[in-house]
Design a protein around this ligand. Sequence first.
Ligand code: SF4
Ligand code: SF4
Length: 481
Amino acid sequence: MSLDTAGDPSGKLFAEHKKIRPAAVSGFFRRLKWAILVVGMAIYYFLPFVRWDRGVGHPDQAVLLDLPGRRFYFFFIEIWPQEVYYVTGLLIVASFVLFLMNALAGRVWCGYLCPQTVWTDLYFAVERFVEGADRRKREKLDEGPWTLEKMGRKAAKHAIWLLIAWWTGGAWVLYFADAPTLVKDLATLQAPAVAYMWIGALTFSTYLMAGFAREQVCIYMCPWPRIQAALTDEWAYNVSYRVDRGEPRGSLKQNKKLRAEGVAAGDCVDCGQCVVVCPTGTDIRNGPQLSCIQCGLCIDACDAVMAKTGQAPRLIAYDNDINIERREQGLGEIHRFVRPRTIIYVVLISAICGLMAWKLGTRATIGLNVLHDRNPQYVQNSDGSIRNGYTVRLLNKKGTAQDLTLSVAGVPADSDLETASPAIRDGRALVLRVEPDQTREIRVTVTAPANAKIEASQGVVFTLLDKDGEKVETRDFFKAP
Ligand code: SF4
Ligand code: SF4
C-alpha cells in the first residue's frame, strides 16, 4: 500500500512542529486577557473554599459534587440524580451561548475563555519571566549548549509549570469533597488514593497540554474550529487584517517614497510584529485561518506599530466580511448584531433558562418512582385474587424526617396495598417514614379481589402525600389474565 505524499516534496505525512516563542505585547486586548485569566483562575482555584449554610447535617460547601451522597450542590440549588435533566439543560444552554458568541464575535471563546488558551497563556508568561522577555534570547537559549545558566533557567521554568499544573489538579479534586478537610487529608497523606490519582493525572495533562502541546491542541486536536467555521456567517466580527488599508505593504521608507512619487502605498510596514506576538504563529495578513484563535494580541502589536509610524490604529481589528467588501467599494460600514440567528439563539437560551428556573422554583420536596415487576407481571392467588408487585422509591428532599402517605388509585376500591417493610396502615394507604435528605426503596403489592372486574392491563396512579399537603403522582399499570 502506498500513501500519497505528493503534496509535500519531503514525503512527510504531517507538518514538522516549529516551536513558537511569542513576544510580549501590551495593549487593550492583552489587558483584557490578563483580567479574564486572573478572574477565571481565582474562581477555579478558590471556589471550593466558599461556604454556603444549608443547615445542620448538610454540606456547607457552595459548589460540591458529592458522588457518594449522589448530590450536586450549587449555592442554593441541590440537584438529585433523578434531576439530571437540569445538567442536560445547562449543557444545552452552554452550547447555545457558544453559538451566540460565535455569531457575534467568532472564536471569542477560544481567544479568551478556553482553559487551553488560559493555561497556555500563563505558561508563556512564566517562560518569558524565567527565560527572558526577548524571544530571540529564548531561541538562543534553546539552541545553545547546556550551560549551568540554561539548566538553571529550564529547571526553574519546569518547576513553576509543574507547580501550576499540580495546583490545577489539586483544585479539581476539591470540588468532590469538603475542601478544607480534603486539603488537610492530602497534606497528612490520609486522603483517599483516588484523590492522589486524579491530582497526578491532571498535573500531567495540564503540564503536557499547556507546556508542550500548546497551539497544536487548537490547530489539530480541537473540533470547535471546524464546527465554528460551519456555523459562522459574514456578519460575525473576527480579527481581520484590513487589506483595503494595508496593501500594498512595504517598509516605512519604501512606502514613504512611493507616496512621495504619487504611487499608492498601504499602511502595513511589513514589520512582522503581528506574527511574532501570535501564540499560534499565524500571519493574519493571509486572511482568516483555522489556526487563528481570535485572541486580539496582533491588534495590540499592530496598534503599537501604527502609533510609532504616526498612522491611525486598527489596521488589524475585529471586522467582518461585509464591511471589508463595502470599504473596498467605497461604501460606509454597517453593523448588524440583531439578525435571525442571534435572535433564535437568544430566544432559545431565554426559553431553556426560563423553563429551568420555573422547574426549580416549583420543584417538589418529595419524589416518587415506581417500577412494575417484569417477571411475573401478575400472580393469580389460590382464592382467585390478582396480585401485582412494584418497586417503589420515595424521596424526601427536606432536612427533616417525613411521614409520607402512599396510596394507589385506578384499581377496584377494595384492592389492597401492602408492603413487608415497616409502615403504618392508614385506611387503604401506607404511611412510610423517610429520613431527612434520603431516599427509601420498598417493595409493595397491589391485590385485586377475585370477583373484581379488571382489564388485562389497566392504568393505575400511585400518589405520595406529605403532611403539608404536597403531592406527587406517578402512573403505572396493573396486569391481569
Ligand atoms: S492571528 Fe492575531 S488574533 Fe489570531 S491567534 Fe494570532 S494573535 Fe491571536
Ligand atoms: S504589525 Fe501591522 S504593520 Fe506590522 S506587519 Fe503586521 S499588519 Fe503590518
